[in-house]
Design a protein. Structure first.
Length: 232
């Protein structure tokens, strides 16, 4: 009796899994059909696969139009609707060459992106007390300084704004940090709190202050700053 019940349970589980798989396959087919329609891929297009194509998809159409064979290829990134390229080729050799070049360029881009991401996630070597400088500006060069106040995690740090001492030679200003606390970036209007900012340090010890300004570890040398009376 127990064996019969167990057999019935196993059959039920197998049928449930089979129904689930069929449902998933149907949904996948419908999704791919939707993608194909939005990509304007008619029934003449067949997918062509290559080694190491990663996230790329290639489609080839060969039609006879007015006695001539038209070889048309399209390349997409997985699940994207917009083609990466859409060309007509003289022969299959040209099509394959275009695909191989696309794969090579794409692989190189992915490797560069992964390397950049790996470098970005490496730990910084900043310490409490280190001074950072930020040189920024369009028509004038401004210099601001910060001091690392605390290390809060692998990348997260707290920096405090410092004042800037300027020494002029009559044409240029040389900027160095002063003992004064607070600057333009650490004001309350800029998101500062008690003249401090929470930031993330990169592996090269740089810190993004804003979309157009980065701070770097100071080497102890005075930095060029535009004389307010001189400009550029």
């Amino acid at each position: 009796m127990c064996l019969i019940i167990l057999y019935g349970f196993v059959c039920l589980v197998m049928k449930t899994n089979q129904d689930k798989q069929q449902k998933e396959d149907k949904m996948k087919q419908e999704k791919m059909k939707e993608i194909h329609n939005k990509r304007y891929l008619d029934s003449s297009y067949k997918e062509v696969k290559f080694d190491n194509q990663n996230n790329l998809q290639f489609f080839l159409s060969e039609k006879e139009i007015k006695g001539k064979i038209w070889i048309v290829g399209k390349c997409f990134t997985n699940k994207s609707f917009n083609h990466r390229w859409f060309y007509r080729f003289k022969n299959m050799e040209q099509f394959n060459k275009q695909c191989f070049e696309t794969i090579e360029n794409n692989t190189s881009r992915i490797e560069s992106k992964n390397k950049y991401k790996e470098e970005r996630t490496k730990p910084h070597t900043l310490k409490v007390g280190d001074i950072l400088y930020c040189s920024w500006g369009y028509d004038q060069t401004q210099v601001d300084y910060f001091r690392v106040k605390s290390i809060l995690g692998k990348r997260k740090i707290k920096i405090v704004g410092l004042g800037t001492s300027l020494k002029s030679d009559g044409i240029h200003d040389k900027a160095t940090p002063s003992d004064e606390v607070g600057n333009h970036w650490t004001s309350d209007s800029k998101g500062g709190f008690g003249n401090t900012l929470m930031k993330y340090a990169n592996s090269n010890n740089s810190v993004k202050i804003s979309s157009f300004a980065y701070a770097y570890k100071w080497d102890g040398q005075a930095k060029y700053s535009t004389d307010p009376m001189g400009g550029h």
